[in-house]
Design a binder for this molecule. Sequence first.
Ligand code: SF4
Length: 172
Amino acid sequence: MSITIFKLALVSHCILNQAVRYWPPGAKLERPVFDIEIVSKLYRMGFSLLQLPCPEFTFKGNPRFPYTRTEYERIYGFIDHCRKLAFDVASSIERIVKLSTEPRIELAAVVGIERSPSCAVFKVPVLVQDSRVYVDGRGVFMDILEEELRSRGLYPKFISVDFKTKSIVEAL
Ligand code: SF4
């Protein structure tokens, strides 16, 4: 007898709610409330979606400054804030996975956002000699979340959304 398995993806908050993204003061409402193309792609990949909290909005609100990862790491309390969010998410997911016998729910993926200081998976902005540059690496929250999930025996693949190209970025 085969068991039905749902593939769950934890998605960065702004994929389903663009209102929390960095908002330059005085900007007009040009973005859609959520990105239907990206959501459709994730749907076609067979994922059910669960929304992660936005680490930046829940710490700084909006408008906020477009900090790099380096700067967020220097802001007092931000890393602890990310740890708390990651702990709560991982506890909840651990329970969901453990309690789902039939149908089973597997944590298949975490979906981050390219070039975000907090949620990047492959390219992240950092400060090098006071200039903003993009380097290979994770955002603050994605790093901490991966660590927290691994400590509970959960090893989803980490993929990412590029809002500029409307694509899903995966490791080669
Ligand atoms: S990328 Fe992460 S921190 Fe930035 S708006 Fe989206 S959810 Fe929030």
